[in-house]
Design a protein around this ligand. Structure first.
Ligand SMILES: [Zn+2]
Ligand SMILES: [Zn+2]
Ligand SMILES: [Zn+2]
Length: 592
């Protein structure tokens, strides 16, 4: 329940000689205090919307405010936290990519930090319940915000699964036949060895090589788009006959928007996460060992999601192509190829029948359960999402510890702090039209069994209730910032480095402590992992609490702490030249 600093576009502090000192124009030209504080915090890697938690020592009765960084992964919410998260990802990918020995898959016990948050979540639940019982309705929205924030923080710790059931879980009722499709070639199927390390090759000079791979997985074509490609210094003409420069606004837009298959583009984006899951299952079976990967999903210029992956070890290119061609995900929903109703005359809710009815005939629509039950044994899936073919230029071998490996890691993590939609802000008319057209398609397709859009296809959504408006489903799939893809942005397999993000964070702290030993008492850090957590009680501090300074004061204090810490670190490093580490250790730790 902290107030994030407002994001105000900064006004350039123009110093024009015509401006009279002290005038309004002069005052307006001065930088805004909130902007300055925000950018200072950002420069020093200090969270701009810290969560304040009151910790009460049950032995002494003393209370103290403990700050928890917000832990946002998107720069739009908090740049320092998002950047810190990205650096940890870079470190994680680097450590796992060219491993030479099997990592021990770490069992993932909830660390003290997680338990603190879960306890805090419990207190909030209690308070909310208490407020509800005593009809203190005004407190509920505040508590809900608090709960959402704590849950976000919990999610960031790597705790798997959910603490509480989600609002409405959409269950797939029946698992359909797992028989492979007849239109897809058989894949080799080997017993999967318990191995995650790739093969090593003896080099000529007796050196052992352990090459790994970088691979891009893309969806199929929905129609030709304007593109540019270089062959050496030669710019290859686009299919439209023109040559497009790198910054041409037409790039990625369809050459013929009227024949571009927007429906399939939208459906593939919605189901891309499942297709990726199938790909890894198929690849492991066909390769015969537990292939490990770390990668991220991004949007291409044509607004289709694709994914870059670092893969440990190498696989034959032929096999990679073969698996891609045989990878698909079948959607076992009732058919939705043709809308039966329009957005302006949709089925209406009938309270008497407790159902959505046809506005003309007054007959109730098929219920979700009935529609799914009607799908017989020989039914066809409502949709089949497939992977596109793999461009041979998008598969390459990379040696560990090389400059190329580092370049690839940066490439994979380049956009992870941005929303998918933010990454490709449309520039120019054609790009805007393309974006809008795809979004319009996403707005009327069903996102899940409970989606209001089912009404357009003559089916009552799962768990139908009054006030469902097709085209107005609030599911993330339909939003402009996702453009259909709502899966995880960063995908890292379980046995990549044998460490979770939390472990990587802890490594950084240990390293800094090793340098600082004796220089700082570690006061700020040690409090985070006290040996006896049961001694303390935690609750979220409220903006009105007398002992809670305003967020601005807390940020100022955090900046000062950071500066002191940084100079102590520099002094300690000067004294102890034996300790070395990469730049990333230092920066990641300072941002921790
Ligand atoms: Zn933050
Ligand atoms: Zn073109
Ligand atoms: Zn929906």
């Amino acid at each position: 329940m902290t107030t994030p600093l407002a994001v105000v576009p900064s006004t350039p502090a123009a110093t024009s000689p015509q401006v009279r000192p002290g005038s309004r124009a002069d005052r307006m030209s001065k930088p805004l205090a909130t902007d300055t504080l925000r950018s200072l915090a950002e420069n020093h890697g200090v969270c701009v919307r810290p969560l304040a938690i009151r910790r009460t020592d049950t032995h002494t009765g003393q209370t103290e405010i403990v700050e928890v960084p917000c832990g946002a992964t998107l720069a739009a919410k908090c740049k320092p936290c998002a950047e810190r998260n990205r650096r940890l990802r870079i470190q994680q990918i680097r450590e796992g990519w060219h491993l030479e020995t099997e990592p021990t898959p770490a069992p993932e016990p909830a660390g003290d930090g997680v338990l603190e948050l879960v306890r805090l979540r419990a207190h909030l639940e209690f308070e909310r319940d208490d407020a509800e019982r005593n009809a203190r309705w005004d407190q509920i929205p505040d508590l809900d915000t608090g709960i959402a924030e704590v849950e976000e923080a919990i999610a960031k710790t790597g705790l798997r699964g959910h603490l509480t059931p989600e609002a409405r879980e959409s269950k797939e009722r029946k698992i359909r036949s797992t028989k492979r499709r007849a239109d897809v070639a058989e894949l080799p199927r080997l017993p999967v060895e318990n191995r995650t390390i790739g093969r090593a090759y003896a080099g000529r000079s007796g050196k052992t090589h352990r090459p790994s791979m970088l691979l891009t997985l893309t969806l199929g074509s929905y129609g030709p788009v304007h593109s540019s490609r270089r062959r050496g210094v030669y710019l290859v003409p686009c299919e439209c006959g023109q040559r497009h420069g790198e910054r041409d606004e037409l790039l990625g837009t369809p050459i013929d928007p009227t024949t571009y298959d927007y429906r399939r583009a939208a459906l593939d984006a919605i189901h891309f996460a499942r297709v990726l899951d199938r790909w890894w299952q198929n690849l492991r079976r066909a390769a015969g060992w537990k292939v490990q990967y770390a990668g991220a999903v991004e949007l291409q210029k044509r607004l289709t999601p694709h994914a870059h992956f670092a893969i440990r070890g190498t696989l034959p290119r032929r096999l990679v192509k073969q698996v891609a061609a045989a990878t698909y995900h079948q959607v076992w929903w009732p058919a939705f190829d043709k809308p039966r109703y329009s957005l302006d005359k949709p089925p209406v809710w009938d309270a008497g029948q407790g159902a959505y009815i046809d506005p003309r005939t007054k007959q109730p629509l098929t219920t979700w359960t009935a529609a799914v039950d009607q799908l017989g044994e020989d039914a066809e899936p409502a949709y089949v999402a497939r992977l596109g073919t793999i461009d041979p230029r998008e598969v390459k071998g990379v040696e560990g510890g090389t400059r190329e490996a580092e370049r690839c890691i940066r490439y994979v993590t380049k956009y992870v702090t941005k929303d998918l939609g933010d990454q490709v802000r449309p520039r120019g008319q054609a790009a805007q039209a393309h974006f809008d057209r795809l979004h319009a398609e996403l707005a009327v397709l069903p996102c899940s069994p409970s989606c209001a859009n089912w009404l357009l296809y003559g089916v009552q959504p799962d768990g139908a209730k009054p006030n469902l408006v097709p085209g107005r489903c609030t599911g993330k799939v339909h939003q402009r910032h996702t453009l259909g893809f709502t899966g995880r942005r960063v995908l890292i397999s379980r046995e990549w480095s044998g460490k979770t993000l939390v472990d990587h964070r802890a490594d950084n702290r240990d390293w800094v402590r090793a340098i600082l030993a004796g220089n700082l008492d570690g006061h700020h850090e040690d409090q985070a992992d006290t040996p006896d957590p049961s001694r303390y009680r935690f609750e979220l501090a409220r903006p009105g609490d007398p002992d809670l300074p305003p967020v601005q004061h807390r940020i100022l204090r955090a900046i000062s702490t950071r500066l002191q810490w940084r100079s102590a670190l520099a002094r300690a490093r000067d004294r102890a030249p034996a300790v070395s580490a990469t730049q990333d250790h230092t920066t990641a730790a300072l941002a921790a």
